[in-house]
Structure formats: C-alpha cells, structure tokens
Design a protein around this ligand. Structure first.
Ligand code: HEC
Length: 120
C-alpha cells in the first residue's frame, strides 16, 4: 500500500519564515502577534513557575490560568475581565505576590493579550 504524505510542513515553514515569525511551528491557529509573544515571555518568566509548576509548593495551588477569560467569573466570584485580572496582578492575592511597579503598561497589556490566547 502506498502511503500518501501530504507535504504541508514545508508550506508552513515557508509561510512562517516569510512572515518573519518563527513562532510555535505550524498549527491551524494563527501565530501569536508580537504583543502576545511578549506576553508569553512575561508569563513564562513571571507566572508559570507558580501557576503551572507550583515550584514553591504552595498549599493553595495556584489556579490554572488557561482559558481564564472563558470562565464567567474568577475564583473570587468577580467577573473574569481584564480589569479584574489586572487588579489581581497589581495587588497580589493570598500567596500571590503583588506585581505593582514591575510591569509597564505595555507589558501588562501584552500579558493580558497573551492570557486571552488561552496560553498557547
Ligand atoms: C508565588 C506564586 C505565584 C506567582 C509568581 C503568580 N501567582 Fe497568580 N496566584 C497564585 C496563587 C496562590 C493564587 C490564588 C490566590 C488566592 O485565591 O488566594 C493566584 C491567583 C491568580 C489569579 C486569580 C485566578 C482566579 O481564577 O481567581 C490570577 C488571574 C493570577 N494569579 C495571575 C497571575 C499572573 C498573570 C502572574 C504573573 C504575572 C501570577 N499570577 C504570578 C500564585 C502566584
């Protein structure tokens, strides 16, 4: 039996290369925008160690932030809006530290943009 291999990969590589975006291989989803990519970087260095790895072994396990904006409310019951999430990041909550003064407005906007991508 002859297997037919569909040559999508080179097409994808060519496309992403010609767009100048070597981000995350080629899936059906569009690549992250530069702003989302910046947010991803910030998330990975500032948030993921707790929210994905819980490296400090906190008793209250940092909640999963995937699809946080798909939920109607945050754990606190507050509506899952940019404003509410920004507030938590600025002021901290429980064992989560406050990040006030540690992100510029642009960085905060990038972080929120990335959280809206469901962390891909
Ligand atoms: C030291 C570990 C730690 C770090 C670092 C941290 N968090 Fe958290 N985060 C927590 C914990 C613990 C909670 C739960 C707080 C509570 O409800 O008592 C939380 C809660 C949250 C919530 C509320 C989620 C919900 O559904 O109510 C958001 C949003 C959030 N964090 C975003 C972030 C972002 C964005 C970053 C990076 C800028 C970050 N956190 C960094 C530990 C952390």
């Amino acid at each position: 039996m002859v297997k037919r291999t569909v040559a999508w990969a080179p097409v994808c590589v060519g496309l992403t290369a010609s767009l100048g975006l070597a981000l995350g291989g080629c899936h059906s989803r569009p690549p992250l925008t530069p702003q989302e990519a910046e947010g991803k970087h910030l998330y990975q260095i500032r948030c993921a160690h707790c929210h994905e790895d819980n490296d400090q072994e906190l008793k209250k396990i940092p909640p999963d932030l995937h699809g946080i904006f798909d939920r109607r409310t945050l754990l606190s019951g507050a509506p899952a809006t940019d404003m509410a999430v920004r507030q938590i990041v600025f002021t901290g909550k429980g064992m989560m530290p406050a990040f006030a003064g540690r992100f510029t407005d642009e960085q905060m906007a990038a972080l929120l943009a990335y959280l809206h991508t469901e962390l891909r």
